[in-house]
Design a binder for this molecule. Structure first.
Ligand code: ADP
Ligand code: 5GP
Length: 191
């Protein structure tokens, strides 16, 4: 199972979707959130969008592997979502923050490979957040100020990548996945 974390806006959702397209045995774990959907987001595909009351009921019923409050909204990984994917023998991709990664790391049986993505710099991050935000209600200021805290969590991860050029970053992720799946083809005698 792979965890991708990053300061918001660095590109992990974009990269997660590319991994899912390229590696058919990987599925993204769909989180629950109380955040409102963005214009291009679909319920039960990007997130399970639920109310605060519904989320808090699920917390009380111990339905989450992990959850966190981020930018005034709840986000969480339900045990059911993960178990359903495990039952179908998929490799699972988690697009969650560092708090959730800390909580998931306690489940040693999940065998997590943890990847942290950083933007090339804060100005570029701001540009990406502004670009993504068109027509949406996300708070860019909160996301930018949380970058200063979030970036310090890089040392809790197995791999740290800079997402400057998307294709370069994705190609590094492909290598990591192949290595972790033991699919690296060794050079032949003549190469
Ligand atoms: P996150 O999931 O980390 O919050 P997203 O994947 O939603 O970030 O990416 C934020 C925005 O940046 C999106 O509009 C996405 O298309 C864009 N983006 C992602 N990677 C790159 C990149 N390498 N160069 C330029 N723009 C990017
Ligand atoms: P966004 O609102 O941009 O989709 O996500 C905001 C942050 O919440 C991102 O850092 C994202 O990785 C994180 N996130 C999304 N789903 C979960 C989850 O289930 N658990 C935790 N802990 N964080 C999540």
């Amino acid at each position: 199972m792979i965890v991708l974390s990053s300061p918001s806006g660095a590109g992990k959702t974009t990269i997660s979707k590319k991994i899912q397209q390229k590696f058919s045995n990987f599925k993204i774990s769909i989180s629950h959130t109380t955040r409102k959907p963005r214009a291009n987001e679909v319920d039960s595909v990007d997130y399970f969008f639920i109310t605060k009351d519904e989320f808090e009921k699920k917390i009380r019923n111990n339905e989450f592997y992990e959850f966190a409050k981020i930018f005034d909204n709840y986000y969480g990984t339900s045990k059911k979502s993960v178990n359903d994917l495990q039952d179908k023998n998929f490799n699972i991709l988690f697009d969650i923050d560092w708090q959730g990664t800390n909580q998931l790391s306690k489940y040693k049986e999940l065998n997590l490979v943890k990847i942290f993505i950083l933007p090339p710099n804060k100005d570029e991050l701001k540009k990406r957040l502004i670009d993504r935000n068109k027509g949406n209600a996300d708070s860019i200021d909160k996301r930018l100020s949380s970058y200063d805290e979030d970036k310090h969590h890089w040392n809790e991860y197995d791999y740290i990548l800079i997402n400057d050029n998307l294709e370069n970053c994705f190609s590094q992720i492909e290598k990591i996945i192949k290595k972790e799946l033991n699919q690296v083809t060794l050079p032949t005698h003549n190469s």
